[in-house]
Write a protein that binds this ligand. Structure first.
Ligand code: DAH
Length: 339
């Protein structure tokens, strides 16, 4: 038995630990509850009484020796660590910090806001989940009107309906209901449609809406506002044209086209050889819509317009697939930020 104590003592005296794993191995072998030394303490019971005292003392000495050795190995380890940190080369260049950047949709949205703000528009926002009244009825979409079909969406609850808004025109309603004219606001935001996803369409996208209501607002004001925007955003040579169209909430209504800023009107793939590209819808606010919001349509008139931010971004940067905006591929996104 005493031989065993000697043997363990020799082994622990010659032990080394150059890393935390070896230190832990030492602790397990000599110090822990399951160590060789603990096992010897268990054997103490079986030792004849006359030897118990001497063996007990030898074991206690062994235990102290193990603890001291562990302490010295620990100290050695710490001094190795501190030497290591002394040798860190602080002159090495750091790992480059990755700066985030704005998404192209945000870049274009901010630029559009900037242009309209300089024309006196402020920014209004509204919820993405809406009721039927704000998304359709107040905007003069009669129940069962085919215009609703074109804007099918995701219904969260039925009767009464809660749905994801199909356009930011809902914010026009909220604005007019809660205030008094004049209103001169733009309304950026995300919208949803029940669309099969393709390169040209997605089930969610972004729009920016504009609304101007005051006394004596006419079509000329709409024209000038859009004209100014198009020139600022797409370039000085840009021309605009209004094509008659239909929206339930405006009368008259028009689709807005700009002259193709890529081929300058001579015909290319982007403008499908027509020389014109569509950028949004517009019109004079239907008197029914003003009345729905408690505004006297005899006294006030207004214009409104709506543009798809994805569409404007795709035109501006010649991007041919709308899905790229939501795939989060940094190789695509990086191109807009120079990072
Ligand atoms: N809300 C229309 C849409 O989503 C776009 C639009 C057209 C908005 C004409 C308007 C407008 O404010 O006057 O297709």
């Amino acid at each position: 038995m005493f031989d065993k104590v000697d043997q363990i003592n020799k082994e622990l005296q010659s032990a080394h630990a150059t890393n935390p794993q070896e230190l832990e191995a030492f602790r397990m072998r000599f110090i822990s509850r399951k160590s060789l030394i603990s096992a010897l303490f268990d054997d103490l019971k079986a030792i004849p009484n006359e030897q118990k005292k001497a063996f007990g003392e030898a074991l206690n000495q062994l235990k102290t020796a193990a603890n001291e050795k562990f302490k010295s190995l620990l100290e050695q380890g710490q001094s190795i660590d501190s030497k290591r940190s002394d040798t860190i080369d602080v002159s090495l260049p750091p790992i480059p910090h990755q700066m985030g950047g704005l998404h192209p949709i945000s870049i274009v949205k901010n630029r559009m806001i900037e242009i309209f703000e300089r024309q006196g528009f402020n920014v209004s926002e509204g919820p993405e989940m809406e009721d039927d009244w704000h998304n359709f009825t107040a905007l003069n979409f009669p129940e069962d009107h085919p215009a609703r079909e074109m804007q099918d969406t995701y219904f969260i609850e039925r009767n009464p309906d809660k749905l994801l808004r199909t356009h930011t025109s809902t914010v026009q309603i909220r604005l007019m209901q809660n205030g008094t004219p004049p209103f001169r606001s733009i309304m950026p935001g995300r919208v949803y449609r029940n669309e099969a996803i393709s390169a040209r369409a997605h089930c969610f996208f972004h729009q920016i809406e504009g609304l101007y209501v005051d006394r004596n607002v006419g079509f000329k004001d709409l024209k000038q506002t859009i004209y100014h925007f198009a020139k600022e955003f797409f370039g000085k040579e840009t021309n605009i044209r209004f094509r008659p169209s239909f929206f339930p909430f405006t009368e008259p209504s028009a689709e807005v086209d700009i002259s193709c800023f890529i081929c300058k009107g001579s015909g290319c793939k982007i403008c499908k050889h027509s020389g014109w590209v569509e950028i949004g819808g517009s019109g004079m606010v239907d008197p029914n819509v003003l009345e729905q919001c408690g505004i006297d349509s005899q006294e006030f008139s207004g214009f409104a317009f709506g543009m798809g931010i994805e569409r404007i971004t795709m035109l501006k940067y010649e991007i041919n697939d709308i899905r790229l905006f939501s795939e989060n591929d940094v190789r695509f996104l990086r191109q807009f930020n120079g990072v």
